[in-house]
Write a protein that binds this ligand. Structure first.
Ligand SMILES: [Zn+2]
Ligand SMILES: [Zn+2]
Length: 343
């Protein structure tokens, strides 16, 4: 874990005497759901064993506040081993629910326990996903500032309770109720009104997710370049400029992406080498936007005459590259269908 671990600054110690309280495994163990966040699984685990999240924090001697979201960011080995021992889940299954070490850590929403107007909160959700879940749970991908909509339901994500405007505070739930009820006012988050996002903004969001995913596999330097461009999008879009994307509420980020989608995507490729820019153009163009494809053609023509042309693949290879990228997209869609992580 890098930046956000330092930001989270905390210390956790599981005392020896916990083994006196629960010497054997806990009565009920539950399986993690696809792309489930560790904190979400912990809340469900606590409730399944008859302990509300706030009390569960006390049992584990983690103290008050955002105890479980902090574990999402950094899971100390002794805590991981304790969870392994008590649930008999493999260590890998537990640690893979964290967001520790993801390639695009800088895009994670900061852990913030309040919900000031237009500012980000730590968690987003899709009401329709929660409504469709047999056991409603929170996804790892909802922690990312670069996510504004649900790829399954094509609606906007939300980051507040419509009933009381507070952020999600499942970690502070004092009652034995499922985590789709607001911990502050009891509102059923599954019934939150649908938020709309323009199709152009959703295409851009998807292209950004694909660029980050493809580049994080290839090269971390390119990922950081993509990530820093994405963090600066409020400035590029002229929406609440001066703030980084991670500080904006979901509603403000939706406005940001909608404004950005109306502009040419040059901001993604400015000052880049031809071949690297080419890959990003391919991904944006694959979003099906005809105007983007036309601009891509213009871009190629412009660079054919430049000294960098040797860095561009020859025409025959270009179609192979296009095919390869579509294959990556399709495999990405397949993963998305299963709602797996996109880091
Ligand atoms: Zn959804
Ligand atoms: Zn509420």
């Amino acid at each position: 874990m890098t930046g956000n671990a330092a930001h989270a600054g905390f210390a956790i110690e599981v005392r020896q005497r916990y083994s006196d309280v629960a010497p054997d495994r806990w009565p009920v163990s539950i399986e993690p759901l696809p792309d489930e966040l560790l904190s979400s699984w912990l809340h469900r685990l606590g409730i399944a064993n008859g302990i509300a999240p706030r009390s569960f924090a006390g049992v584990l001697e983690f103290g008050d506040g955002m105890w479980s979201p902090r574990l999402d960011h950094r899971l100390p080995r002794n805590v991981a081993m304790l969870l392994c021992h008590q649930t008999h889940l493999p260590l890998g299954a537990i640690s893979s629910m964290t967001v520790d070490g993801v390639a695009i850590t800088a895009l994670l929403l900061p852990l913030r326990d309040n919900a000031h107007r237009n500012r980000s909160t730590w968690m987003q959700y899709c009401p329709l996903c929660l409504a469709g879940d047999e056991a409603p749970y929170f996804r790892r991908q909802w922690r990312l500032a670069s996510r504004i909509s649900c790829f399954v339901h094509a609606c906007g994500l939300r980051d507040r309770c419509p009933g009381c405007r507070a952020g999600i505070a499942t970690f502070d739930q004092a009652d034995l109720v499922s985590q789709h009820f607001c911990a502050r006012c009891g509102f059923d988050l599954r019934t939150a009104p649908k938020a709309s996002v323009k199709a152009s903004a959703r295409r851009l969001e998807r292209a950004i997710a694909d660029i980050c995913r493809v580049e994080s596999v290839r090269d971390s330097a390119r990922t950081s370049d993509a990530v820093s461009r994405v963090l600066r999008t409020p400035v590029t879009a002229g929406v609440r400029s001066g703030m980084t994307l991670t500080n904006l509420s979901t509603a403000a980020r939706i406005r940001c992406f909608e404004a950005l989608a109306a502009k040419p995507p040059d901001w993604l490729v400015n000052d880049m080498e031809g071949a690297d820019a080419y890959r990003r153009w391919m991904i944006v163009a694959a979003g099906g936007h005809e105007a983007m494809i036309a601009r891509f053609a213009d871009f190629l023509e412009t660079h054919q005459g430049s000294p960098r042309r040797k860095r561009l693949p020859p025409a025959a290879d270009r179609s192979a590259l296009f095919t390869a990228y579509f294959r990556i997209m399709q495999s990405g869609s397949h993963h998305r269908g299963r709602q797996s992580a996109e880091y």
